[in-house]
Design a protein around this ligand. Structure first.
Ligand code: HEM
Length: 437
């Protein structure tokens, strides 16, 4: 007997390994059953897998609000229960109190117009093209340094030794925090990801999450104050001094923006780089073609973003009674925008399952669309291009025989947790490494 769509969606929510590895057939089946929208009881949301409909929803923020959870209610309720118990633990009362207050803040990805428009006007310049252009040599040098560590070995885990660290180091540098504090950053970033696409967290996880939020606030409050007094050319200074029409952002807005800058770019860019590494290590014909024609790298990165979008899907909530493709939707109902699925809609992209860098056009929505369009896309694309070139420089890059496939424990973000590869080792030291590539 074939399994129902709802059964399969439930398995995705339960993070069934087979579906985390390949949700594509399920998304195709949801799209076929959609006409054009499909309500999933299991998800408690309309699941939007069609490209056109997704774009219509994101372009109507008045009706479809971003004040929706990235985490499900299944997750939120246990967090609230655990928080009450954790509040009684020694030294945790203040952290829990602040945690509760903070959840009310609406910033960037959880804000709607007009606040959101104001925030974007104040913060867009933090990732301005001229800053990214100036950053390029540093991006290359960070990538080179990471690769130099495993280059003589002829073997690496490209996820843990490269793709995880690269965006983390870059965002810390852009923020302007010392490198020694990277471990602490990584701990926070991992903890902030706990609620994303998970259900039923343990009390230990919730404690760790609340503690990290508290430590993050303490740390950045001090830095923001310092940069207000003495601005530098870094992201913290931009956020600390951001204003619109002479009005500064609020404390909550500044902290929320910094938290999103730290979190939103890490696992997503890690996934992009891992997917790129996997593609190059398994498709040697494409690898060699790119290696001998580097002009094709940007199109390759765009196709990697389209073909396996790092963000599987995010929620919106209806602010009023409305309709989706003619089907009635009541105020308060949720929609799950499956960005990664929309990129494989055959109506928008011919033969979408094929990875093809020679496509005539590639208007993917891996970075979203409309007013919440990813603020860090320029940085992510730059890291994607630099990362691709660096991996192409690993001679004979191939998947290691002992590689096994494991995916992140989330239905919101999809990516490998390890990528074991081999290549021809280079024992010639730093001189043998071409820093100009
Ligand atoms: C390959 C890497 C990345 C992918 C696939 C990605 C994907 C996305 C998507 C799909 C959205 C739209 C969310 C929505 O419509 O609700 C978004 C927004 C956002 N992204 Fe990214 N992102 C990436 C890298 C980054 C980086 C490097 C940063 C910052 C350093 C960043 C920061 C943000 C922020 C702050 C938002 C919220 C913007 C807003 O609501 O106005 N992202 N991203």
């Amino acid at each position: 007997m074939t399994e129902s769509l709802e059964g399969r969606i439930q398995r995705l929510l339960d993070r069934d390994e087979e579906l985390l590895a390949s949700p594509w057939e399920l998304f195709d089946d949801v799209r076929s059953a959609s006409d054009p929208a499909y309500y999933s009881e299991a998800m408690g949301a309309w699941v939007i897998t069609g490209y056109q409909l997704l774009r219509e929803v994101v372009l109507d923020p008045e009706t479809w609000s971003n004040r929706s959870p990235t985490a499900t209610y299944e997750f939120r309720n246990p967090v609230a229960d655990h928080a009450s118990a954790i509040e009684q633990e020694p030294g945790m009362a203040e952290a829990v109190r602040r945690f509760r207050n903070r959840s009310r803040g609406r910033v960037l990805n959880t804000a709607d117009p007009p606040e959101h428009v104001r925030q974007r006007r104040a913060l867009n310049r933090a990732f301005r093209p001229s800053r990214l252009r100036a950053l390029e040599p540093e991006v290359k040098s960070v990538s080179d340094q990471l690769i130099a560590k495993f280059l003589p070995r002829g073997r690496a885990d490209l996820v843990q030794e490269y793709a995880v660290l690269f965006p983390m180091v870059m965002i810390s540098r852009m923020l302007g925090v010392p490198e020694e504090e990277l471990e602490m950053f990584k701990g926070w970033s991992d903890d902030f990801a706990i609620p994303i696409g998970r259900a039923r967290p343990s009390r230990d996880e919730v404690r760790s999450y609340i503690k990290s939020e508290y430590e993050f606030d303490e740390y950045f409050t001090a830095l923001v104050e310092q940069r207000q007094a003495e601005p530098r050319d870094d992201l913290i200074s931009d956020v600390a001094n951001a204003e619109v029409d002479g009005e500064p952002l609020t404390y909550e807005e500044r902290m929320g923006a910094l938290r999103q800058f730290l979190l939103a770019g890490n696992e997503t860019t890690t996934t992009l780089l891992s997917n790129i590494g996997h593609r190059l290590a398994t498709n040697h014909e494409l690898r060699d073609r790119l290696a001998s024609n580097r002009d094709l790298v940007p199109a390759f990165v765009e196709e990697a973003l389209r073909h396996e979008g790092p963000v599987t899907g995010l929620y919106r909530v209806a602010t009023r009674d409305t309709q989706l493709g003619g089907k009635p939707v009541a105020k308060g109902e949720f929609a799950w925008l499956a960005f990664a699925a929309a990129n494989r809609d055959p109506e928008a992209c011919p033969v979408p399952q094929v990875f093809d860098i020679d496509r005539e056009s590639n208007d993917h929505v891996a970075f979203g669309y409309g007013e919440h369009y990813c603020i860090g896309q320029g940085l992510a694309r730059l890291e994607g291009k630099v990362g691709t070139n660096a991996m192409l420089d690993l001679p004979n890059l191939a998947l290691a025989d002992d590689h096994t496939y494991n995916y992140m424990d989330s239905f919101i973000l999809r990516g490998l947790t390890q990528l074991l590869v081999t290549f021809d080792p280079d024992n010639s030291g730093a001189d043998g490494w071409n820093m100009d590539k």
